[in-house]
Design a protein around this ligand. Structure first.
Ligand code: ADP
Length: 803
């Protein structure tokens, strides 16, 4: 009871009593004065205590006036009707006064109450205006709002993102355990909140009984009977939740009360909506900033291990309480690259835990599953059952994960070019809100960018590696050709391009078969099996430029293609061949004179035959000649060895080339075959030359021997000497078999001999011209041939003149 009302009631009893007691002070008190005082007392009581107090005061005052002051005094019966009328009049006046004041007071009280309500509403509005987080809004409504509603307690339930459940997000004033088991419940449930939200209309129950009658599920709630108001929170025509007010007593909800609650609900709904929008906008901004920071980070380095670890750190604590990155290793195993938590010690602990529990690639959920299926896993709400399932019967692990208070998780695969490179996991604990679809979108976008950064880094590394490899290959002499699965040239190094006589630019990207001459030969003989190796094999190839070369090829297939290593072994091959030819030739060459010598010796030793001196002389001559031939061959072989070893020292002397030539011809004349005629034609005044006279003799006699040898039909051999600038020129011309033009260079090569068919089986070692060329060049001279088959040959030796 308010104090003024109490005072009013006090005045109603005390004031008439006090006035009545004045009777004791005077023998003849004034009836009028007393009446006036009583009227004052009535007014005071009515003013302070309202109509009821005024009425009581009126009755007491009337009785007092009648008893104490209306004659006959101390009796309740007035002496005259006049006096009775006076008392009655007094009663009427007093009633009127008390009513007047009582009414006035009531109006005043109503005004006060209205103003108080307005003030409380104002306080709610003010608190709501300041609220920027959902919690602040809820606090404002369940404190100021409950007070404004004159309620004892209040609660707010909001429809969850799934649209199926209602979650009690704030409450105040209720007994502690009232919401246990009711933290969230289906929207479709038979509850006042469920129905208020579904119907978008409020419920007012003056008593608990009324409520229980309407909602049978609520009848289990015990406690004192009280009134209850449930109002939907409507935003843009949609109920997002409901607010409940519980009153201390049973009350009637008049129109004004209902209107006030409706206003509160409206304000609450708007505030929640505004804050939600604000939150959404802030979260969006935060996400955009995070994504921008992450992109910048990802673009900042090609060392993706470091970048992804930094990314994980960037994600905490805003995006996640825990963030981890796992990558698929080269052996398809899953390796944890980074774990981040705000507290580095926790992160280190998690890393150790990760090592203790390495991921099983066949795990039905989590990172291995995401990597395997290349689809994201979104667990908005981590339930205990899920933890139990994840722990797979490991009690200790279950205890650990339970303790972590994990609440919500997102795991997204890092996919690049259709391949899962790893996974990014974001986990929030109880301290952070649950993940939403928006977060999943953000995580997916982040994963997309991270994957492409990792892929780029990989490609770059690969390119670098390839670059290094191709740089190295550019310098090796061996040819290397890399083909893809379809046989197209991926890379060809300069040596291979040279060996195969192709242009790198024109064959890369084309099939080797179509663009490289002779490749079919390689394909047929050196192509490895899938994953295998083959070769080396040596093959004669007809190249794109028409040349025939001997190439040694080996191939390795590595699944996605094949690599071929090539070496041009034409020279070795020819050398090899000429060498084996030489062995055959030399042994033949040596055997012929040896057989002749042996035969002659044996004949001479025969005792049963007596030789006349001429016959003996002829056999001795033969021995002499063939032994000379043998010594010539052996000499050539020895000289070649000396030349090759660089051990031959040449004299540098001055001599007359004409005299030398003539002396060579003279000795040749000694055993000239029939049908050959030697002629020397020297210009006058051919100057002296500088060089090694003995060796030049060897050269000229070799040319003369050849001219005779390769003129099996006989004919003239002419030696011409003249001066050509600073050189003395010695020509040895025959009219013999001749030499095809494309063999002119090769006949000077070691062991090289023309096809026996072209030389009609003339014997030789293939060393004479090689030795001649080496010797002439060492004397700073030159040697060449001009010849055609069937039209004879002219060898020209030029030796520098002596100064
Ligand atoms: P060989 O001992 O075989 O004569 P050479 O080195 O002197 O070796 O000559 C090399 C080859 O050159 C000979 O095998 C021969 O086929 C050819 N040749 C050399 N001189 C003549 C020539 N005057 N006429 C024709 N062919 C010649």
């Amino acid at each position: 009871m308010r104090s003024s009302t109490a005072l009013g009631w006090a005045a109603a009893f005390l004031a008439p009593a006090l006035i009545s007691s004045l009777d004791a002070l005077s023998n003849r008190p004034s009836y009028q004065l007393a009446g006036f005082l009583y009227l004052l007392a009535v007014s005071l009581a009515a003013y302070l205590g309202g109509f009821a107090a005024g009425l009581v005061a009126t009755v007491l005052a009337t009785l007092g006036l009648d008893y104490f002051y209306t004659p006959p005094r101390h009796e309740f019966v007035p002496a005259s009707t006049d006096q009775a009328a006076g008392v009655a009049l007094f009663f009427v006046v007093a009633i009127l006064i008390s009513q007047l004041f009582g009414r006035r007071r009531q109006v005043q009280r109503q005004a006060e109450a209205a103003s108080a309500r307005a003030n409380r509403l104002q306080a709610v509005t003010a608190r709501l205006a300041e609220a920027v987080t959902p919690q602040q809004v809820l606090d404002a409504i369940v404190t100021e709002g409950v007070e404004a509603a004159e309620a004892r307690a209040g609660a707010i339930g909001l429809v969850k993102a799934d649209g199926e459940m209602i979650e009690i997000v704030a409450q105040r004033g209720y007994e502690q355990n009232i919401f246990v088991g009711w933290e969230s419940f289906p929207l479709a449930s038979d509850t006042p909140m469920g129905k208020a939200i579904r119907d978008e209309s409020p419920f007012f129950f003056s008593t608990s009984a009324e409520r229980d009658a309407a909602f049978s599920t609520m009848s289990t709630l015990t406690g004192p009977s009280h009134a209850l108001a449930i109002l939907p929170l409507v935003v843009e025509g949609r109920a997002i939740g409901a607010i409940a007010f519980t009153f201390p007593t049973e009350i009637e909800f008049d129109a004004e009360r209902r209107a006030l609650k409706a206003t509160l609900a409206q304000q609450a709904a708007q505030a929640i909506d505004r804050v939600r929008l604000y939150e959404a906008e802030r979260a969006l901004r935060q996400r955009m900033t995070f994504l921008a920071d992450a992109s910048e980070l990802l673009g900042s380095s090609l060392d993706y291990e470091v970048t992804l670890a930094q990314l994980a750190r960037l994600a905490v604590p805003e995006m996640a309480t825990w963030c981890s990155v796992d990558m698929v290793g080269p052996d398809r195993s899953i390796q944890r690259l980074a774990v981040a938590h705000e507290d580095p010690e926790r992160a280190a602990w998690a890393e150790r835990l990760g090592e203790e529990y390495p991921p099983d690639p066949d795990q039905p959920m989590g990172v291995p599953n995401v990597i395997r299926t290349m689809t994201a896993e979104f667990v908005p709400e981590i339930t205990d059952e899920l933890l139990v399932e994840a722990a797979q019967g490991d009690e200790r692990l279950l205890e650990i994960v339970r303790e972590l208070g994990l609440r919500s998780a997102i795991t997204v695969p890092l996919i690049a070019r259709g391949r899962a490179l790893g996974a990014l996991s974001l986990i929030r604990d109880d301290s952070a809100p649950r993940y939403t679809e928006l977060d999943l979108d953000l995580a997916s976008e982040l994963a997309r960018r991270a994957a492409s950064a990792v892929d780029n880094a990989g490609l770059y590394r690969e390119a670098e590696r390839r670059g290094d490899a191709s740089r190295a290959l550019a310098h090796v002499d061996d040819g290397v050709v890399l083909l893809d699965e379809d046989g197209a040239v991926v890379s060809i190094n300069p040596a291979a391009a040279r060996i195969l006589a192709v242009d790198e630019a024109t064959v890369v990207g084309e099939t080797a078969l179509g663009s490289i001459g002779g490749w079919s030969e390689i394909e047929d003989n050196a192509r490895p099996e899938r994953g295998g190796t083959r070769g080396p094999v040596t093959l004669p190839l007809v190249l794109s430029n028409g040349n025939e070369r001997w190439i040694s090829v080996s191939g390795v297939d590595f699944g996605d293609g094949a690599v071929y290593a090539l070496r041009d072994v034409t020279e070795e091959r020819l050398l090899e061949r000429t060498r084996s030819d030489f062995v055959a030739t030399a042994s033949h060459e040596l055997r012929t004179p040896l057989a002749a010598v042996l035969g002659a010796v044996k004949t001479l030793r025969r005792e049963d035959v007596s030789f006349d001196p001429d016959q003996r002389e002829m056999l001795m001559d033969m021995i002499d000649r063939e032994a000379g031939r043998l010594s010539g061959i052996v000499g050539q072989i020895l000289l070649t060895g000396q030349l090759d070893a660089g051990r031959l020292r040449l004299e540098h002397e001055r001599f007359d080339p004409v005299a030398l030539t003539k002396s060579v011809v003279d000795s040749a004349e000694l055993h000239l075959p029939t049908g050959i005629e030697l002629r020397v034609q020297a210009e006058k005044d051919v100057p002296a030359v500088a060089g090694d006279e003995n060796q030049l003799r060897q050269v000229i006699s070799n040319l003369v021997d050849n001219a005779i040898k390769y003129s099996p039909q006989g004919g003239g051999v002419e030696l011409r000497l003249n001066r050509n600038g600073q050189f003395a020129r010695i020509e040895v011309a025959d009219s013999g078999l001749g030499i095809p033009r494309d063999e002119h260079d090769r006949i000077f090569e070691k062991f090289y001999r023309l096809d026996p068919a072209l030389t009609r089986g003339v014997n030789g070692t293939g060393l004479g011209l090689y030795i001649s060329k080496e010797l002439v060049e060492r004397m700073n001279g030159r040697i060449s041939v001009d010849s055609e088959p069937g039209r004879g040959s002219t060898f020209v030796v030029e030796v520098p003149l002596a100064i």
